[in-house]
Write a protein that binds this ligand. Structure first.
Ligand SMILES: [Zn+2]
Ligand SMILES: [Zn+2]
Length: 284
């Protein structure tokens, strides 16, 4: 059996990009079997103004996109969130006062927790902290929203975190929060866009991690690292926005190439086994 490849963190944008059906079709064609699809912010889909209703429309949209991807034969887990960069955009572009951004984020995340308990979505993401320099109060707001979201793990919901990349410090500060909140289900927390050092730290503390499935990074990681993480495309499906990390099908082809070049066990772990474990899905 040639290696099936799972993508632990991706997006789909039917308003501006190709949408989940086409993404799933292409990904399947390159051996893809699993995809976690996460929401983008409301304005990425042209949903404005960005208040509570807009975020709820995003939930409907992403749930629908997940169904489109499943129709193509993919196993899919569906996430909606309140991205830390939304805090900055809401203040700068939409002129929302910081305290109102905090209230909005908390309200959205509380509703996402309810929707997850009801099985409408499978988890919350992205939430977390800004990866760029910003005002301290905005980091504090994002962190407070993340804390609200993290509590979803005790209700059996996964949480995908978007954070700064400061190695072990990033993982350990989240770990302090998790401990203080008394959360026990660490394995439901995913450190998305991890560096290899962060992934190792996360795994050693009982968390999950995904690393970008960029071919050069995979080439470097195969054989040099313990396969304690999953791979992600973080595809944003928006030709107008720069920053495509990697196309899911390009990532899949690279992982399959590495499997055929002597890294078979490593590749199965990152592309299949770890996904089965983290997301609680049936193997392909
Ligand atoms: Zn992210
Ligand atoms: Zn993302």
């Amino acid at each position: 059996m040639s290696l099936p490849v799972g993508d632990a963190h991706s997006h789909a944008n039917p308003a501006r990009g190709m949408g989940a059906a086409e993404i799933a079709r292409r990904f399947r064609g390159s051996g893809g079997w699993f995809m976690a699809i996460l929401s983008l912010n409301p304005w990425s889909y042209g949903i404005e103004p960005p208040g509570f209703e807009a975020y709820m429309r995003v939930v409907k949209l992403v749930v629908n996109e997940c169904s489109r991807a499943r129709e193509q034969g993919l196993t899919v887990k569906c996430f909606a969130g309140f991205h830390p960069a939304d805090v900055d955009k809401l203040v700068d572009r939409y002129r929302v006062r910081p305290e109102e951004v905090l209230r909005l984020g908390l309200r959205v995340v509380r509703e996402l927790r309810r929707l997850c308990r009801e099985g409408v979505i499978d988890g919350i993401g992205e939430v977390g902290r800004q990866h760029f320099k910003t005002m301290p109060e905005r980091v504090a707001i994002a962190a407070a929203i993340m804390e609200e979201a993290l509590q979803a793990v005790e209700e059996g919901c996964m949480v995908q975190l978007h954070l700064e990349q400061a190695g072990r410090a990033t993982v350990e500060t989240v770990n302090v929060t998790v401990s203080r909140l008394g959360l026990t289900k660490r394995s439901l927390i995913v450190f998305h866009h991890s560096t290899l050092a962060m992934a190792e730290a996360a795994a050693s503390l009982g968390y999950q991690a995904t690393v970008p499935g960029v071919p050069s990074l995979l080439e470097h990681a195969a054989g040099r690292t313990e396969p304690v993480f999953m791979v992600e495309s973080d595809f944003i499906d928006d030709p107008r926005r720069p920053g495509v990390v990697v196309y899911p099908w390009v990532m899949a082809e690279k992982v399959r190439e590495l499997a055929s070049k002597g890294y078979e066990e490593w590749a199965w772990r990152v592309a299949v086994d770890n996904i089965v474990k983290a997301f609680g899905v049936e193997p392909p």
